[in-house]
Design a protein around this ligand. Structure first.
Ligand code: ATP
Length: 236
């Protein structure tokens, strides 16, 4: 069963059309990725899925419900969560305060103590640093807080916008490990990444975007074997 069904959406920024008739779907429990060069329209796709920017045409269904045009808080309360690019933490707040921000909506509020415990089990390092301000953490630790904050929202679908961007190689591995672990635990994942090599290894299915259009799709294995993908994104 598809949890997310995106059908023919287009998005404009003023006179500029950023998305052209985009369609894709994400089945429950799958890890689906979207790859593409800078400016291809990946972030725009994520923002339109969460109601952060309006679509000019097309529909987005989540769990059978039409979510096109819904305000962000309603989308989040349905169980869709975004880990934004650049993490966007509150720098002067502690790790734990940043995490608790994630549980402000009805859906997650009642379970917050239990969810926090679970997050500290996934990220013991964050428990050690729970009283430290976010600005004093390393980039990799900040990414873990951003993921933890998204999990505090008790999502069914978690969407990542370039979670490995700007991280040291060892932290990139760590982030991919966490994403795979969440996938194993049954979360549905929509992953936007520029680290194509790693992404094709973990994704059940992958879409390729260029100039605001979906230009290719297939399993990670299929795309890894595709000559044009190898040339454009893998450099060999
Ligand atoms: P990146 O990997 O660099 O973040 P992306 O694939 O996420 O790229 P988007 O950020 O979605 O790409 O941008 C898609 C297109 O829309 C680009 O041409 C970009 O310049 C344009 N765009 C994005 N945001 C705006 C905006 N707020 N106003 C005008 N144009 C925008």
């Amino acid at each position: 069963m598809n949890l997310l069904d995106v059908n023919g959406i287009s998005v404009n920024y003023g006179d500029i059309q950023a998305l052209w008739n985009i369609s894709f779907s994400v089945a429950k429990g799958q890890l689906v990725a979207l790859i593409g060069a800078n400016g291809a329209g990946k972030t725009t796709t994520l923002k339109s899925l969460c109601g952060l920017i309006p679509t000019a045409s097309g529909t987005i269904h989540y769990d059978g419900k039409l979510v096109t045009g819904m305000p962000v808080h309603k989308v989040v309360d349905l169980g869709i969560t975004l880990v934004p690019e650049g993490r966007q933490l509150f720098p002067k707040m502690t790790v734990e305060e940043n995490l608790l921000v994630g549980a402000y909506l009805k859906r997650a509020h009642g379970k917050r103590a239990q969810t926090l415990k679970r997050i500290y089990e996934i990220f013991p390092r964050l428990e050690e640093r729970r009283t430290q301000t976010a600005e004093t953490l390393s980039g990799g630790e900040q990414q873990m807080v951003a993921i933890g904050r998204a999990l505090m929202q008790d999502p069914q679908v978690i969407m990542f916008d370039e979670p490995s961007l700007g991280l040291a190689p060892i932290m990139v591995q760590e982030v991919f490990k966490v994403i795979q672990e969440l996938h194993k635990q049954g979360l549905t994942i929509f992953l936007v990444e520029q680290n194509v090599h790693q992404t094709l290894k973990v994704a059940d299915y992958c879409y390729v975007m260029e100039n605001g259009r979906i230009v290719g799709q297939g399993t990670g294995k299929d795309l890894e074997a595709d000559e044009s993908i190898r040339e454009a994104y893998l450099g060999f």
